[in-house]
Design a protein around this ligand. Structure first.
Ligand code: CU
Length: 110
């Protein structure tokens, strides 16, 4: 094998390894949206965790809205997802833009 080829191989292996490493470091907690509910309604996670919402409805679209932070996801069609990483301890109550009766809470601990 020439030097140039082995260099290319090393680059390819590095590219393959990177996402695996990232996945191992990241913690993801899932919340499902179904029946006009966030399930579970409350999640308690450690700082640095990513919470991922998945719309499991057959027809209804939802969003994830943090009113105090003026942050809202895109509207999620069925089977679409949205994620947010929480880096600092705190309480993050949220709702759904089009369905304000839907309530959820993310509690982030140190
Ligand atoms: Cu909704």
């Amino acid at each position: 094998m020439t030097d140039r080829r082995s260099f290319a191989l090393v680059l390819s292996l590095a590219a393959l390894a990177r996402p695996i490493t990232a996945a191992a470091d990241a913690t993801i907690v899932d919340v499902e949206i179904k029946g006009n509910l966030f399930v579970p309604e409350t999640v308690t996670v450690r700082a640095g965790t990513t919470v991922r919402w998945t719309n499991k409805e057959r027809r209804t679209t939802h969003s994830v809205l943090f009113p105090a932070e003026r942050l809202e996801s895109e509207r999620m069609l069925p089977d679409e997802q949205w994620s947010r990483r929480f880096d600092a301890p705190g309480r993050h109550p949220y709702t759904c833009g089009p369905h304000p009766e839907m309530k959820g809470l993310v509690v982030v601990t140190a």
